[in-house]
Design a binder for this molecule. Structure first.
Ligand SMILES: Nc1ncnc2c1ncn2[C@@H]1O[C@H](COP(=O)(O)OP(=O)(O)O)[C@@H](O)[C@H]1O
Ligand SMILES: [Mg+2]
Length: 335
């Protein structure tokens, strides 16, 4: 746990990430994302409790874990006078790498992140997109298995966003990635799973579809070229469908918002139904609104209870999972 004066920034947080997974760490501003990431990367010390990563306690294995975790912090104005190359080797030294190790790795990370042209330029002269590339270069310098990226696409224009997302996919390919964001769309585009944090508590943990489905079923938009009443009855008869709502009709095509039965996504059933009845299927998609609704519900409503946070924290650990815990037990010390 971490306190700043009276504020408990992060209370307990336990979640597991499978190797090779890209997990979105989602929460509104001030939820505790940056604080959690700083705790995991040893830029902050917990005021109580313990932090365990992959079965290793941070307290007992600080050096080893520092090398095994690459970290892209939120923009840090401190180092902006440094040249890009200087910054990369400076961060390598902070992580305990020797000058020889740093030299041996630099060419690779510079090529991997495409920063050859800016290597000798001061960081404060770089575009935000290039600054993030340099940040990613230093993050992968020690060949870490785990990457922790704090709002990596924040403040980028749409083109830079696409580039950085694709770079994250590349450098994250064989790694475990935890990526924070307060933008839901980012999660859909980049992440296989999401952990939602609110006021220092984990309030949800699962795949996007699972979370949405577990939350009263998936909401599906469907457009069929069919007699509206027949289509509606047929949809309502599907066992995976809980509710069907007719939307506006257009040019002989009937539109519906369909809610899946709890835990069910009816899309496969709907496409089979359309094929069986020979109804052209013009549209079939999971409504974006549902994840946004869930996010709002989880992060705007009353503060979560201890039980709620505890349940969410029990997310299954599969074999080979990397488990990250900050345990609330222990002395509470003022920062
Ligand atoms: N250095 C600090 N001093 C005082 N309060 C802080 C500090 N850093 C964070 N906080 C507070 O801790 C809470 C969590 O902040 P943070 O982890 O930065 O959230 P996020 O990254 O999710 O936006 C907020 O209430 C924030 O105001
Ligand atoms: Mg933050």
């Amino acid at each position: 746990m971490k306190r700043f004066g009276e504020t408990v920034a992060v209370d307990s947080a336990t979640f597991s990430i499978d190797r090779g997974e890209v997990v979105g760490f989602l929460g509104p501003n001030g939820a505790g994302k940056t604080t959690t990431m700083r705790l995991l990367t040893q830029y902050l010390e917990p005021d109580g409790g313990s932090i365990t990563i992959d079965g290793l306690s941070l307290e007992d294995h600080p050096i080893e874990l520092r090398r095994r975790i690459g970290y892209l912090p939120e923009t840090n104005p401190l180092y902006r006078d440094m040249l890009a190359g200087e910054y990369i080797s400076f961060m390598g030294r902070l992580r305990g790498m020797s000058p020889g190790e740093i030299r041996a790795r630099t060419d690779d990370v510079v090529a991997e992140t495409g920063i050859e042209a800016v290597y000798y330029r001061p960081i404060n002269q770089l575009s935000k997109g290039y600054r993030q590339r340099v940040g990613l270069a230093q993050a992968i310098l020690s060949e870490p298995e785990i990457l922790i990226l704090d709002e990596p696409t924040e403040g980028l224009d749409p083109n830079q966003r696409v580039e950085i997302r694709s770079l994250i996919r590349d450098v994250g390919a064989d790694r475990t990635v935890l990526l924070s964001t307060h933008v839901m769309q980012e999660v859909r585009k980049t992440c296989s799973r999401v952990v939602i944090i609110n006021r220092g508590h984990i309030v949800a943990d699962g795949s996007v579809d699972e979370l949405v489905a577990g939350h009263g079923g998936a909401r599906i938009i469907v457009e069929l070229e069919a007699p509206p009443d027949d289509a509606r009855d047929a949809l309502a008869d599907l066992p995976s469908v809980a509710r069907t709502e007719a939307l506006e009709e257009e040019a002989g095509r009937a539109r519906f918002a369909v809610e899946g039965a709890p835990g069910r996504d009816p899309r496969a059933d709907i496409s089979r139904l359309a094929a069986a009845r020979d109804w052209p299927l013009w549209e079939l998609h999971l409504a974006q609104a549902s994840l946004e609704d869930l996010f709002r519900q989880l992060t705007v409503s009353a503060a979560p209870t201890e039980e709620g946070a505890g349940d969410a924290a029990e997310g299954g650990t599969e074999d080979g999972a990397q488990r990250v815990e900050t345990d609330p037990a222990g002395e509470e010390v003022e920062a």
